[in-house]
Design a protein around this ligand. Structure first.
Ligand code: NDP
Length: 466
């Protein structure tokens, strides 16, 4: 354990997913631990990310389900969507979860400071409101990320836009929203707002959304956005945002291609940056990458031996479960004599578009770079449920196989419940399962997921249906 001369053995800056897990595990081992949070306990995931976003996805999807139920014979009358009621219920749940995080920390014996903390040197943490100063043996930086927006010089009128943080604080639903970006957040919120009846326009600088994902996922999601009634404008960026006098849509967004779009809300979803501004990394000697993220080794150790960092602030993989594992590995290694580090390969993830994306392992393009011979198995079809519906929705399932050792190195799904499916199939991919083992697994019928184990025909480019 640490030198008793320090106020704390471990000071964690940031009470999000990674920081809370690390603080709890370290404290349970007997270490004297403190944690500081400048906004709300729970961090981005619980307060203004994954959790409230998923509730918004559910809310949005109910509109579609009502219509589907009618097609299945239910007589349903609807008075429309009560946004205020939904937001109030959602915030009550977020408050409850934040309270649980706080209680868990307290039960583990962690001292919690609900104010901003900064480093003044490698062993000193200063609390910005109270001015309290603590000497600390080790520091864990888990401050996460923050939405990035261009400066007013780069985008005049940017002050009229909101980020994903503000979406969760809206008092009423917008009527016309314009969204910038083509990544996770832009695509998820485009579907959420469109599903809630908001006229939605997405502006993306590339030609097909979800850059970095498998090509078949990208094209399926791109088509799905349009099928959901979202206006998708590609190869364009915002050039200026002007206020319009006396209009129902008070803003006019001017695009680089000359188009002009009217909106009452504008969402910038053009990426997130590590939250290291003003943290005192310089003073402590912690080295940052060019994009402001903290450089760490496999053990999450920074350039300063007693300072560690986990989660989005390190810009490895920006996902809650990854931050939790990194935080847990750090605390086990340092305080529990259990040395391990998180492996960043084959991390399954979901994009909560409608339908969802589930993905694990390599895209086809990545596999073709890594291996000499790659086999592709894929299918695109209308799921059984939609046969009774006036709904063109199709699902996509794709397996990427290293043909030389038969291992399935990537699975990509665009389908209702793809997030649930990929969690399961992620186990097999992580274990290094072969295509023969997928084939030997008996199907569950009738399901969408059965296609994962019944795909027999190798895809040959020439035979792809038009
Ligand atoms: P992403 O990195 O996913 O997407 C950013 C988007 O903005 C890209 O389409 C990018 O274009 C575009 N962009 C970047 N800079 C500019 C610019 N200057 N002008 C115009 N467009 C620009 O970021 P998000 O903010 O959507 O999400 C951040 C991270 O949070 C994700 O990477 C993910 O790890 C995590 N997240 C995970 C979720 C989940 O698990 N379901 C949900 C939400 C977030 P281009 O593609 O050309 O680079």
């Amino acid at each position: 354990m640490a030198d008793a001369g320090y106020d704390y053995d471990l000071f964690v800056i940031g009470a999000g997913s990674g920081g809370v897990r690390a603080a709890r595990i370290a404290a349970q081992s007997g270490a004297r631990v403190a944690i500081a949070e400048e906004y709300r306990i729970g961090g981005t995931c619980v307060i203004r990310g994954c959790v409230p976003k998923k509730f918004m996805v559910y809310a949005s999807d109910y509109g579609r389900k009502l219509q589907e139920a009618r097609d299945y014979g239910w007589k349903i009358e609807s008075d429309g969507f009560d946004f205020e009621r939904f937001m109030s219920n959602m915030h009550a749940e977020v408050d409850r979860l934040s309270g649980i995080y706080l209680r868990n920390l307290a039960n583990a014996g962690v001292d919690v400071f609900e104010e901003r903390a900064e480093l003044s040197d490698a062993n000193t943490v200063v609390l910005k409101e109270s001015g309290k100063t603590f000497s600390v043996d080790k520091v864990l930086i888990a401050t996460g990320g923050t939405p990035w927006r261009p400066s007013p010089e780069e985008l005049p009128g940017v002050e009229h836009t909101m980020s994903s943080n503000e979406v969760f604080q809206l008092d009423e639903l917008p009527k016309h929203i314009v969204i910038a970006g083509g990544g996770y957040i832009a695509c998820e919120f485009a579907h959420i707002f469109a599903g809630l009846g908001v006229e939605t326009c997405l502006v993306y600088r590339g030609d097909t959304v979800l850059n970095g994902f498998d090509w078949d996922v990208r094209t399926a999601v791109h088509e799905g956005l349009k099928e959901a009634g979202i206006r998708v404008i590609t190869s364009a960026v915002f050039e200026e945002i002007q206020e319009v006098e006396g209009e129902a849509c008070p803003y006019c967004v001017k695009l680089s291609n000359g188009m002009e779009l009217n909106a009452d809300k504008i969402l910038m979803a053009v990426g997130r940056r590590a939250a290291t501004d003003g943290l005192g990394c310089d003073a402590a000697g912690v080295k940052l990458a060019e994009n402001g993220s903290i450089i760490v080794d496999d053990a999450s150790r920074t350039s300063v031996p007693n300072i560690f960092a986990v989660g989005d602030v390190t810009d490895r993989i920006q996902l809650t479960p990854v931050a939790i594992r990194e935080g847990h590995a750090f605390a086990d290694t340092i305080y529990n004599d259990k040395v391990w580090s998180f492996e960043h390969d084959n991390v399954a993830s979901a994009v909560f578009t409608q339908p969802e994306v589930g993905t694990v392992g390599m895209s086809e393009a990545e596999a073709r770079k890594a291996f000499k011979n790659v086999d592709i198995y894929k299918t695109r079809f209308r799921p059984m449920k939609t046969m009774l519906l006036d709904d063109p929705e199709r699902v996509m399932i794709k397996l990427v196989v290293n043909a030389d050792d038969d291992r399935v190195v990537g699975v990509h799904i665009v389908s209702p419940d793809a997030g649930e499916m990929i969690q399961m199939i992620g186990v097999a991919v992580k274990m290094g399962a072969t295509k023969a083992q997928f084939d030997a697994t008996c199907a569950v019928h009738p399901t969408i997921a059965e296609e994962i184990v019944t795909l027999r025909q190798k895809w040959v480019p020439d035979t792809e249906p038009a």
